[in-house]
Design a binder for this molecule. Structure first.
Ligand code: SF4
Length: 450
């Protein structure tokens, strides 16, 4: 592969495909009434994954692309937690029967910013309205710089099994520029404390493509991070979109690695992590061979959702909180993004749904193809069409893009089965995009493919 030519051709802005259709294609035509109908139609046997979005942090990191804002008083957090509890009760009433929950994921923002008593109260509300599976996974995103003893005790009380720690890069220049000073020592101590309260699985989030990031600095970060021996590691590409995330404008453009440097940084991360015995999972995750994510990938059970990759096997994902998205059998629904609008809807006894999309037969066919590519890196086209009710030729519009990807070595054909070779993993989103009927090439809202 001529890497420079591939970068020139494929380092475009494409979706991350945590859903299909992607969120920009949701519309206000799908609102609270539709969402209520979809929730009520969930069968008794449906297993759920719940996502709790907490859009607050103590300080904002300049590189962050999350929907979050800074707070330094407790009142808005207590009020938000009360709204979350009310929304859980409201959604449960629309469902109308106590369904089984297999996974709860607390994300944000910094979910552990909520007062300890509120964390425990929210979990109790979930227990009042849902049946928590005995082996349910309780996962939470953690800012290792700020996890006081009372929050740790709260996480123990709610039975956290997996914790995801933000690391990014330990290099001083990088940390100064992204506005996030975090030592290796406090990160390692946080991981140890979380293991001490029962978290069986620790995930570290690293980022490549950060300002002033160098190959040597990333290697040093990896060397230190791997001594924590996390069960999983995610290596995300920094998405510089200051026209959407205005605080990113504080990062000088000149400090950012170019596309080739980004590719090499990603490659360094992948080879260093693989050399320590981790298996690559999908686009940007790595897991120990015995970890559930690696096993799911090996057994063809890996799924893609808004949190990245999952092995939860849930039939539906219900998102709570401002901007949270639910994935239901009929389609996607998203809550109001602004906290006041979200709070007002719930206070009025209404679902906070603002927009969504109902899946057409064509959407389902393409969604499954894209998920299969993003998870398994392979797709048997005739088998896929047969399994998902497609007719011959239904995905033929993808052929020109697939032919070009094949000519450049980014996919390989075995009859009518395509496979993405491991060396082409950085281009996985470009392969998935071949099946995207809504694709707007180079739309400014998406991150670069590499
Ligand atoms: S990176 Fe984490 S701690 Fe920093 S602003 Fe984003 S969500 Fe908050």
């Amino acid at each position: 592969m001529d890497i420079d030519a591939l970068i020139a051709r494929y380092d475009r802005r494409v979706p991350r495909y945590t859903s299909y259709p992607t969120a920009p294609h949701f519309s206000a035509a799908i609102g609270a009434e539709t969402a209520a109908g979809w929730l009520g139609a969930l069968p008794e046997t449906a297993a759920l994954s719940l996502y709790l979005h907490v859009p607050f942090c103590q300080t904002l990191c300049r590189f962050c692309g999350c929907h979050t804002s800074a707070v330094n008083t407790e009142a808005p957090l207590v009020s938000y937690a009360a709204t979350l509890r009310a929304e859980i009760a409201l959604v449960a009433a629309k469902i109308g029967k106590p369904l089984t929950v297999r996974q709860i994921h607390w994300g944000g923002g910094t979910p552990s910013i909520l007062p300890a008593t509120e964390i425990i109260a929210i979990m109790a509300t979930i227990g009042d309205h849902f049946r928590l599976a005995a082996d349910a996974e309780i996962a939470i995103e953690i800012d290792p710089r700020r996890l006081p003893r009372d929050r740790l005790d709260a996480l123990r009380a709610i039975g956290v099994t997996r914790a995801s720690l933000g690391v990014q890069d330990f290099a001083a220049d990088v940390q100064k520029t992204i506005g996030r000073q975090q030592s290796f020592a406090e990160t390692a101590a946080c991981a140890e404390a979380l293991r001490g309260i029962g978290a069986r699985s620790i995930n570290l989030d690293l980022v490549y493509g950060l300002p002033y990031q160098t190959a040597d600095g990333l290697r040093a970060t990896l060397r230190d991070a791997l001594t924590i021996v996390p069960e999983r590691i995610a290596v995300f590409g920094y998405a510089h979109v200051p026209w959407m995330q205005r605080h990113q404008a504080l990062i000088p453009e000149a400090s950012l690695p170019d596309a080739r440097a980004r590719y090499l940084l990603r490659d360094i991360a992948e080879s260093e992590i693989a050399a320590r015995g981790y298996l690559a999972v999908g686009l940007d995750h790595f897991a120990k061979p015995e970890d559930g994510l690696a096993r799911a990938a090996a057994e063809g059970r890996l799924r893609r959702n808004f949190q990245g990759y999952t092995d939860d096997g849930a039939d539906a994902l219900i998102g709570f909180g401002a901007s949270a998205i639910s994935s239901l059998p009929q389609g996607y629904v998203q809550n109001a993004s602004s906290v006041p609008a979200y709070r007002a809807a719930v206070a009025a006894g209404r679902l906070a749904t603002l927009r969504g999309v109902a899946l057409s037969a064509d959407d389902r066919l393409r969604r499954a193809a894209i998920e299969q590519v993003m998870c398994a890196m392979t797709l048997d086209l005739p088998g896929h069409l047969a399994a998902h009710g497609g007719g011959p030729g239904d995905l033929d519009d993808a052929r020109p893009a697939l032919d070009e990807l094949a000519a450049l070595g980014l996919i390989e054909w075995d009859g009518e089965r395509l496979a993405v070779p491991a060396r082409a993993r950085p281009f996985l989103r470009a392969v998935a995009a071949a099946f995207d009927r809504y694709l707007e090439p180079d739309a400014a809202r998406h991150a670069k493919a590499i």
